[in-house]
Design a binder for this molecule. Structure first.
Ligand code: GLY
Length: 349
């Protein structure tokens, strides 16, 4: 299955299905006939997986980087670029990022800056990577001042979402990844009734199609459409931030997003934008995927409000993506008292 990302200057496809990784070699010989070298950027953990059987029909090298956010550093960027230079990788050649969202972010940024830009192909190996991180061209590394502060827009030549690579994910990792899928399912207005009959491919397809549409509408994150993808992320990011500070394993990103989705439905109801049906539907979708819909763990309401607020001291100017009569949209300047009330109720539930 091919889902087009119809960007005017750099259109590409997301190729989805079991075993699609084996088609990359033909794509490279077709689209990059002058390529002599493929460089795979991945982690030792991913390289050990049984499905790591990639062959491209031309000289291939593998550069290993750390798993997760640890890969997204300027040091790693420099080390990978030095290795590319030693391998005499040219602008005709191609980098293939094989990993979760952090590795595809790094591989994309390496490709954006090495020789001022070489081609990159992404093979995301996590659910979040397949439905979100590997698509859209935003690439970056982290610096001490914050996440993703050094990066570039650099669209891939193609994204291969191979469902076979998801079979070796741990149960918690896999379930948490569905937090982003649940978000897309809701934003796309898919019903809870349709969940039972949907396949893994269908879940990924719905999510990729939404991401592709949003990226085409707002490639460089200027006109605001990309903000729709932040549904569930305002509270989600806040609890992720607070939980990470005390225990790296307490909460996965997708679990935090799921809790954020449940809260956003309740906040929309508190603002009179939707009724109980939207809250119930949201909870049903989250439960279907085995995701949390309650704020468990010890979170302080003031700390959460501070983490969610644009103005950390005054606790005003809350912005959320919320459901309403016109569907899902960005809502700004929400009364902080309503946010506090909804949060207190949510915490007690
Ligand atoms: N790389 C993710 C995005 O562009 O949204």
């Amino acid at each position: 299955m091919r889902i087009p990302v119809r960007l005017r200057d750099a259109p590409y496809d997301v190729i989805l299905g079991a075993g699609v990784r084996h088609e990359i070699g033909d794509f490279i010989s077709d689209r990059l006939p002058r390529a002599h070298v493929v460089v795979v950027v991945t982690s030792p953990e991913i390289r050990r997986q049984p499905w790591f059987d990639l062959s491209f029909g031309i000289e291939t090298h593998v550069i290993e980087v750390a798993d997760g956010e640890a890969a997204k550093t300027l040091d790693t960027l420099e080390r990978v670029c030095e290795t590319l230079a030693q391998l005499r990788v040219s602008r005709h050649d191609v980098i293939v990022g094989v990993g979760g969202g952090a590795i595809t972010d790094l591989a994309g940024f390496v490709a954006a800056v090495y020789l001022r830009g070489v081609a990159v192909i992404q093979v995301p190996t996590s659910v979040v990577g397949q439905v979100d991180a590997a698509i859209g061209g935003k690439t970056a590394v982290n610096i001490a001042a914050g996440k993703n502060l050094v990066g570039a827009f650099h669209q891939p030549l193609g994204v291969w979402c191979d469902t076979e690579v998801l079979t070796t994910l741990g149960a918690r990792e896999r379930t948490a990844g569905f937090g982003e899928v649940a978000k897309c399912w809701l934003v796309e207005g898919r019903s809870r009734a349709a969940l039972g009959a949907a396949t893994m491919e269908a879940f990924i397809e719905v999510s990729v199609a939404l991401k592709a549409r949003v990226v085409v509408a707002d490639e460089f994150e200027q006109s605001g459409e990309r903000a729709l993808l932040n549904y569930g992320h305002t509270l989600g990011h806040a609890i992720e931030l607070l939980a990470l500070a005390r225990d790296a394993d307490e909460l996965r990103h997708g679990e935090a997003v799921a809790i954020g989705l449940a809260f956003a439905a309740r906040l929309a109801r508190a603002l009179g934008r939707v009724g109980d049906d939207v809250v119930d539907e949201t909870d049903d979708v989250l439960h279907f995927f085995g995701l949390p819909s309650r704020l468990t763990g010890s979170f302080d309401v003031d700390e959460l409000l501070a983490a969610m607020s644009r103005d950390k001291k005054a606790h005003h100017n809350f912005t959320f993506v919320l459901a309403g009569e016109r569907g899902y949209e960005v809502v700004s300047d929400i009364d902080p008292r309503v946010v506090r009330g909804a949060l207190e109720q949510f915490k007690e539930a």
